[in-house]
Each structure stands twice: as C-alpha cells, then as structure tokens.
Design a protein. Structure first.
Lengths: 365, 365
C-alpha cells in the first residue's frame, strides 16, 4: 500500500475527526475507495473505535432509484444508525463520475427529501468527507492517474496545524472588519460582513470544518454591491460554467452573463429568491492545490482564489439566532486573485497579487 | 448483466425475504458481490422498500481486527441499525477465502462476543444469507469461473414452491416418526426424534429458512446410537476433514477417526460437553447441487446426502420451552446416501439408494 494512503487515513481519523476509544464510527465507502477504507479501518482499530462500513455505491443507488416509483418511505434504519454514531467518515472516489447521470431529477429530489431526517442525524455527528483518488476522478480532472494521486495527496497531507494558525490571521481580520472589497480584472465587489463570524476551515471538526482537504476561511456576507467575474471553470449539475459574471445591486444579482453555460446560470439564479443572493464569501488558502480539477471540494480551497456561493449561508457565520440567506442551493463560483488583484478589509489591503500581507514578497497597501 | 443475477436477486427479495413496500432492508455486500447488490437494489426499488447497503469487506475487517488491542466496546450503532431493520440480506462472495487467515483467533473471538447484541438484533429480522459466485469461490471449489457460476445458479434458481411441497412430505414423515435409522457403507445409526419438529428449509423466511440456496429438511435428535462415516470432505476452521467416522453410545461420541484431520476433529469434540452430541440431522434435497464445493451452505443441501451437526440444536425443532443440545459449535458433517443406502423411519424405508419413496425408480421397503 502507498504510504500516502495510510497517512491520509491517519489525518482523517486523528486530525479531522478526532476519533477516540469506544467511538462508534460509520465509514461510507465509495466503489473505488476500498484501499482508503482498509487504511481507515486499521487506524480505527488502533484507536479502539467501533467500525461499521456502509457501501456508497453509485451503481447500487442508480439501480435502486431508477426502479423506484418515487414515493419513498422515511429512511428509519439509516436515521437510527446515524443517531447512534459519533463519527461518520465519507470516503468518496467512484469509478464513473457519470454513474447516476440517467437517474431522473425528480426521483433524486424525492429521495433526498425522504432522507432529510437521516441526513440531519448524520450532520449532527462529527462527520468528515474526503476523496480517495481514482482513475475516474483523474479523468474528470484531465490528469493521468499518477499525477492525480500526487495532486490529491499534496492537497490532503498538509501541515494542518500551521495552516490553521495562518488562517486564524485572516479570520481575525474578517471578524474585526465590516467591509470586504475584492478588486481584480473584471471584478470590483464590496461585501458587508459587519457582525459576521468567519470560519477557519482547517479540515477538522475542532474547527467546524468537515472536508478533507480543506484550507479556506469563509464568512456570510450581509450585503453585496458591484460586479465579479469567475475565471475558474466549474461543472454545476452536469453543466459547464465558464467565465461567469454577476452584477449585484442591493445584495441581489441584477445582471449575469457567461462565456459558456449562461442558460444554466440563469436557471440556478431562478431556483428561489435566496438563489440571487450570496450566502458565502470564501478565501482559498491551501497551497497544495495548484490547479483546478473541476471538483469543488478541491477547487474552492485553492490558494490564490476567492469564491462566492449563491444561496444558503452557514449558521456558524451568523450572530446567535440570526437568520442568514436561505435557499435550496449553495453553489460556489471561483475567481483567481492573481497579478493585479486586491482583497481589502476596511480600507486595508490584506492580499495583493495573490500574496497575503504576512507573506514574503507582499507589497504594502 | 447475466440474466441469472437478476433472477437470483428477485428470488432473494421475493421468495426468500418476502420484502414489501416500506420495509427497511439492510444489504450486506461482500467485496466481490457488487453485481448482485446492483440487481438486489433494483428489485428493492421496484418493491418500494428502503435500502441501506453495508460493506462486508474481509480486507477491511482484517485491517481493523489486526490493529485492535482486542478490548472491544459493544457495537451500539450496528445494533441500532439492525433493531430498526425489517430485513437483512447478506450477499457473500469475497475475493480471497483466506483474506482473514492472519487475524488472531483470540481477537476474532473477542470481537464476536462484543457484537453478540448486534448479531441477535440481526437474527431477529427476516434475514437471509446468499452467495454471489466469485472467482475466489470457484477456486475454492476447484472449478472454472464459468462452471462455478452454472453451479451456483443451478442451486439457487429452483422451483422453490415445488421443492417446498416435496420437502413437506419428508417433514410430515419425520414429525410423525419417533426413530430414524441411517444405513450405508460404514454407517448404521439410530436417532431418537420423538416429539421433535422438522424444519422444511425451503430458502424462505416463511419456512424459518434463512439460506439461499437451501433445500434440506432438518430436525434435532434427542438421542443417537451407532456409527456413521462422512464421505464428503469439508474444511472446518481452515482444516480439512476427510472420511471422518463417529461412534455414538447413549447420545455421546465415544470414538472417532478420520483419514485426514483426525486431530482437528478431536479438538472440535473437546470444545465443550455439547460438542460430543448431535444437534441436527439434516437431509439434503436440492437436486441443483450435484457435487461438493467445500462450502457448507451448498454441500449440506446436496440431494442424496444427509448431515449430522455436532453441537448446538435449533430451537425451531424442539417442543415449546424445551432445551436442546447446547454448545459453542455447530459443525455439519456430510454423508452420501448412494447405492446401498437406506433412510428408515419407524421401520419404514423412506429413501433407498438415494431415491425417496415418492420418486420414480424407488424400490419398495
């Protein structure tokens, strides 16, 4: 076994999920994630945790959903499982990213609604999602298998403690600030973040962070004004979005365009009222992620990028009891912050040309 | 997909487990059973049942058990899952029958003990175990993959209703009888079955039968006298037993021998007091099983054989409230009933030369 698989498993179990003796751990294993599951099992055994593995097979799901009439009963057994679990580790990594492409959207939606109690029970555990590199994901990223594995492990096997400390600096600035301004080619956007709390997403439940890899600081803007261009292409619900542009007035999208996927972008914005407002501003800080791979788990954490999510805001960013932007969607759109760009908080430049003010080479305000 | 996989899945879901709309079904998927899992998922979706798939990977288990110190916590999440489930379908079929050969026996034993509540919760559901044919199982059976698939589907895809009706005839004879006598080369054994109830094991929970394939009628003898030779070789706990012989006096084994594995047989008999007594007499009636494959799930159902299990008796065979033979083991040993053999109940020959009295060619008492 590649030593990096073992290191991935130990990072997941120890840094991300903080598993301890006697913890009931559910491990969801995608079709292509067997090797990571073996390494995770060894780590869980060594830590004295309990293990129950579930089979997260896209082909099994597809067969089930296509055969079902769509009138789903509540998933009581699944809910009971998660209610008894302390930790849920999801090991992604399938064998075909299009495996469920022919499941009718209505069936999938009805299924998701019937399982909402089970999903909430899972989200109440110390859950963490990660990805085992498979040939299918390498193909989706336009990369060879070997190069893709290097890419994934560079993203996952970070010095998370050091990155958490660096990200804390940005969190402190955002928590104290009331206005963020983003300036780049095609972008001049102001975001009201007064009273909001940033999340230091350091790939650990200790940081309210549930992705491995992570490496972003995000908050929920209260208001947005101006325009922004997203020059990192991304596939949303099977449709490619390239060079999307949004214009905000009074917090709401009033104009949009895209070099590719403009109609799909329009449909997204029409989902509901909240879909035209921004639920999240995120700043990617993971330097192990050096290129987009059309997978949001990685792309949005790429150092030297920011992302804006249309739709739902996360509660962790809001004052106690406050309601954030609500929507059925949460779609992250990503912009590079390279030469000529600035991220400014309350008039002070925090990042210029992709370098933070605490980095060597940063050229002052 | 081979049509037989679909037929196997439908037999399992409809005939064996009697799955209905809204049933919570847990499907345990072995490493090599993916294709059967896909077909089972389609059948469950079509019947409107809920599906949760678990991953029964030997390699995951091995990694977990070898890393664990052996002091296992109760498996609460697993127990909660089975307590909420209506049906548990176990799809066997691994990629290496020796995958857990280097797990220390003590660790395995401690793990099984810690999971006894979870196991009992599973046994309280409408559970059914079956096997998807894999190359590994073909290898263990000394067969090509294609020949092994033919073998498995011949055993599984029976006219179960017709077989259940035929087996009911033998059950009626055994339920009414008080003494069974087995006569064959090397065998002359009398078994007291007065007051015991035979199980018509027709591969369906409707018949108290939890294996697919099944196809046997079994009961629990109260007393045993005489000798028996087991000419179907079988591997018990990794050790080969060939031409084992047992001599019973007063219900207890007083002498034993074997052409191969005699020491292992001695160890089995020494497990506990109940290990020296017979817990089950079974009569194989599945004509789709035409050769032994060193897998008890199939071998003990082979038409033209009988088997005697050392150890634990099943409650279903006993009068209400009565205690049957108790033991930590239940090991089935198998004899052919071919030319020259007789199965006699209360003096009446029920089977001669491998043919039942209701079959063409049977030559009367």
């Amino acid at each position: 076994m590649d030593d990096r698989i073992r290191a991935h498993a130990e990072t997941l179990v120890d840094w991300s999920a903080r598993v301890g003796p006697g913890d009931d751990v559910v491990v969801r294993v995608a079709e292509g994630a067997h090797d990571l599951a073996v390494a995770v099992a060894a780590a869980l055994g060594d830590r004295g945790a309990n293990l129950l593995a579930t089979y997260g097979s896209d082909e099994v799901s597809r067969a089930y959903l296509r055969a079902h009439d769509g009138d789903f009963a509540p998933a009581d057994a699944e809910r009971a499982l998660y209610e008894s679990a302390d930790v849920v580790l999801s090991l992604g990594g399938g064998r075909n990213t299009a495996a469920t492409a022919d499941v009718p959207g209505g069936t999938r939606g009805a299924y998701d609604r019937a399982r909402s109690d089970a999903r909430e029970a899972r989200m109440a555990t110390d859950w963490v999602s990660t990805v085992h590199p498979t040939r299918s994901l390498a193909q989706a990223a336009d990369m060879s298998y070997e190069a893709y594995r290097d890419f994934v492990y560079d993203a996952v096997l970070r010095d998370w403690e050091a990155l958490a400390a660096e990200m804390a600096r940005l969190k402190d600035v955002l928590d104290a600030g009331s206005e963020v301004r983003l300036v780049a080619e095609g972008t001049d956007l102001s975001l009201d973040i007064g009273g909001r709390t940033a999340v230091n997403s350091a790939a650990s439940v200790e940081y309210d962070s549930h992705n491995l890899p992570s490496g972003e600081v995000f908050t929920a803007p209260a208001g947005v004004e101006g325009e922004i261009e997203f020059d990192v292409p991304i596939t949303v619900r099977g449709r490619r979005l390239r060079d999307a542009r949004l214009v905000f007035e009074d917090g709401t999208v009033v104009d949009y365009a895209a070099a590719e996927g403009e109609a799909a972008l329009g449909e997204l914005l029409d989902t509901d009222e909240g879909a035209r407002r921004a639920g999240e501003l995120g700043v990617g800080m993971n330097r192990g992620i050096t290129r987009p791979t059309d997978t949001v788990l990685f792309d949005e954490k790429m150092a030297g990028t920011v992302h804006l999510a249309l739709g739902r805001a996360y509660d962790a960013c809001l004052p106690d009891g406050a309601a954030g932007n609500d929507s059925a969607i949460h779609v992250d759109l990503i912009s590079r912050m390279d030469d000529g760009s600035r991220l400014v908080v309350d008039g002070e430049t925090i990042q210029r040309d992709g370098l933070f003010r605490w980095e060597e080479g940063f050229e002052g305000a």
